[in-house]
Ligand binder design. Structure first.
Ligand SMILES: Cc1ncc(COP(=O)(O)O)c(C=O)c1O
Length: 409
């Protein structure tokens, strides 16, 4: 018996110590003003359900109620998901250029759970993964708990947030385990063209690096843009695509995500086995929602998706019109998803030092919350969520306009 067991000494694991949310530390600098007289408007939360204007279609509720009342969907589902649910996901995402069967689908605990499994299966401690900058912070958080290095490739705002491919290429070495591509993007709201996705695939092909395609905002694209599932644009690069019900079906709290294994050339043979093994550890989405998935896919009317997009387009139009008028703020036109990035021209302000300072002062003075770009590793920008109600957005932009006028040189 070791002599150091004489007293209590319980330490958090290395994994827990690595498990930090980079946004938390930045958001903690934003303090609510207890004396605020104006009602709080949040442009920071990427949950479309909280404002009451984006609601599920009744058919989606009916699908779940049917399962609840069947008394047949209360048991443990198989680790990778029920065959019926996986078949439905495979069919919904099947494409002649990227065929899928139920065996290529693994259900997970939200898209976050799917991403965690993808990183876990592809990356070992000491390897690196290429992530977009600006990008969703979860990728780096998961990588850190696996002691995997995050390397960031730049996205270029002047170029519709396309990836700087020369930069991407320069980051690849023998320890690179995957390139993560998020399209449509949080926080950028960009939707990549076929040509750009093909150019990224060419880099992956050249260096034999697999791709994790985060397509949780698939189909949430505005007029004039088209969403291309990345796997439909290659026959050679192996891709793990992740998605879920959270955004397109507006039910992020239901925690349903999936991994689509696209592997035409048996390169992912071990990865396929590995993912099924990882799935054994924690069961994915709860049994009721899994059982409802076939009905949800079959019965959600097309008009539900169109209404969501119409509402987002209206909010984008308002956001671009109002924010473009504000001297010192330069919005980048979103093409999809639920977000808009806005450049803060810090040198036009007399007393605003940075994006974090902008967000902190805006909250303090106007009771409007937005996330500083630093949360996405991209300073001098702020991210606005475009899902609040139209009148709330109007009010927010009015307050931001007044705020900027007060602080301009
Ligand atoms: C780009 C991106 N990927 C993944 C997720 C996680 O999705 P889920 O809520 O299904 O875990 C989000 C959530 O906001 C996201 O923005």
């Amino acid at each position: 018996m070791s002599s150091d067991r004489k007293t209590w000494s319980v330490k958090a694991s290395r994994t827990a110590n690595q498990a930090t949310n980079p946004i938390r530390a930045i958001v903690d600098k934003l303090k609510l003003n207890p004396n605020a007289t104006k009602p709080l408007i949040s442009l920071s939360i990427g949950d479309p359900t909280i404002f009451g204007n984006f609601n599920v279609d009744p058919s989606i509720n009916d699908a779940v109620v049917k399962q609840l009342n069947s008394f047949k969907s209360n048991g443990y589902p198989p680790a990778d998901g029920t065959l019926a649910a996986r078949t439905a996901v495979a069919q919904a995402n099947n494409h002649s250029a990227a065929p899928l069967t139920a065996h290529d689908v693994i259900l997970a605990n939200g898209c976050s759970g799917a991403l965690e499994m993808c990183i876990n299966v592809l990356c070992n401690e000491g390897q690196n993964i290429l992530l977009p900058r600006p990008g969703f912070s979860l990728y780096a958080s998961v990588a850190a708990t696996r002691f995997v290095e995050s390397r960031y490739y730049d996205l270029v705002p002047e170029n519709n947030w396309e990836a700087d491919l020369v930069h991407m290429e320069s980051l690849i070495d023998e320890k690179t385990s995957a390139i993560l591509v998020n399209n449509p993007s949080n926080p950028c709201g960009s939707v990549y063209s076929r040509q750009h996705l093909e150019a990224i695939l060419a880099v992956a092909e050249k260096y034999h690096v697999p791709i994790i395609a985060d397509e949780i905002y698939c189909d949430l694209v505005f007029k004039g843009n088209e969403f291309f599932p990345m796997a439909t644009l290659t026959t050679t690069v192996p891709i793990l695509s992740v998605g879920g019900l959270a955004k397109k079906w507006l039910v992020p709290g239901w925690r349903v995500g999936w991994i689509l294994i696209h592997d035409r050339n048996n390169i992912f043979a071990e990865i396929n086995v590995g993912l099924h093994q990882l799935a054994q550890i924690i069961l994915g989405p709860n049994s009721l929602i899994q059982a409802a998935i076939p009905d949800i896919f079959e019965k959600t009317p097309e008009s539900f998706f169109q209404d969501t997009i119409k509402q987002l387009e209206k909010n984008v139009e308002l956001s671009m019109r109002e924010v473009s008028k504000i001297d010192g703020m330069v919005p980048v036109n979103p093409q999809g998803a639920m977000y808009m990035m806005v450049r803060i021209e810090v040198d036009k302000f007399k007393d605003i030092e940075s994006d974090v300072d902008f967000s902190a002062k805006l909250l303090d003075e106007e009771n409007v919350v937005c996330l500083p770009g630093e949360c996405f590793k991209y300073p001098n920008f702020v991210r606005f969520v475009i899902t609040p109600t139209y009148d709330r957005l109007e009010e927010a932009y009015k307050r931001i306009d007044e705020f900027c006028a007060r602080h301009r040189k």
